[in-house]
Write a protein that binds this ligand. Structure first.
Ligand code: B16
Ligand code: MG
Length: 214
């Protein structure tokens, strides 16, 4: 019998990776504004909402933008990002992720998404998981970004479970902090595995089978 009744997955950096597209899109708008932007700044944007990401980028800018200008820059970035997402296909979903998701589903676990992205449904459709999850909680149904636990608490609510019954899977430290704040156990991959705050540190996605006991 599994230790958990549900698993809530972050999307970007866990189910698939669109990091390079975020980088290219932010780089294009930062270049236009004459603001320095590199991979180091980009890595600070992991798990952070679009508008909060823009604030981090502007820290290096020596530029003050009005709220309307910020919204226009974020919109321009998103249009570039969505254009890049259109090249994604089912080939961008790894066999390891696909097979592990199927094993968890076969064991009867409820599976949900808890992502900061407002493009979650589009990304899932592109990689062939448009109808797969039992619930999606994302940037369109929250008012507070990770490390606030709202996105995961909503995901648990959508699948009818308490935080204690769910495991959160994350690649960002802000996401692990959100899980802890919400009372969830967490499994970290990549940066989140190294941050020392996750309940479990994973070497790869398939580790979830052992963590969940399936
Ligand atoms: P959007 P996740 C996050 O996705 C990304 O890690 C982060 O880089 C991005 O700024 C955020 O989504 C918002 O994305 O502009 O598409 O609404 O890791 O929470 O799945
Ligand atoms: Mg992520």
């Amino acid at each position: 019998m599994s230790k958990y009744t549900g698993v809530i997955f972050d999307l970007d950096g866990v189910i698939c990776s669109t990091d390079r597209f975020h980088y290219q899109a932010w780089k294009a708008v930062a270049d236009k504004l004459g603001i320095p932007f590199d991979e180091t700044v980009n890595s600070r944007l992991r798990g952070v909402s679009r508008m909060d990401s823009l604030e981090i980028i502007l820290e290096n800018g020596g530029r003050v933008l009005s709220e309307d200008e910020k919204l226009a820059v974020a919109e321009e970035k998103n249009e570039i990002y969505k254009g890049l997402l259109s090249s994604m296909t089912e080939a961008d979903l790894s066999d390891e992720v696909k097979n592990t998701l199927l094993a968890l589903r076969s064991a009867g676990l409820k599976l949900a998404i808890g992502s900061s992205s407002k493009n979650t449904k589009y990304i899932l459709k592109q990689i062939g998981l448009g109808d797969f999850f039992d619930a999606i909680s994302d940037g369109t149904n929250i008012t507070r970004s990770k490390p606030d636990p709202e996105v995961f608490l909503k995901a648990a609510e959508f699948i009818g479970l308490s935080p204690a019954e769910c495991l959160v899977v994350e690649d960002a430290q802000a996401g692990i902090e959100a899980a802890v704040a919400g009372g969830f156990d967490s499994a970290g991959i990549g940066d989140a595995a190294a941050c020392g705050k996750a309940t479990y540190a994973m070497n790869g996605f398939a580790d979830l089978k052992a963590i969940c006991g399936v």
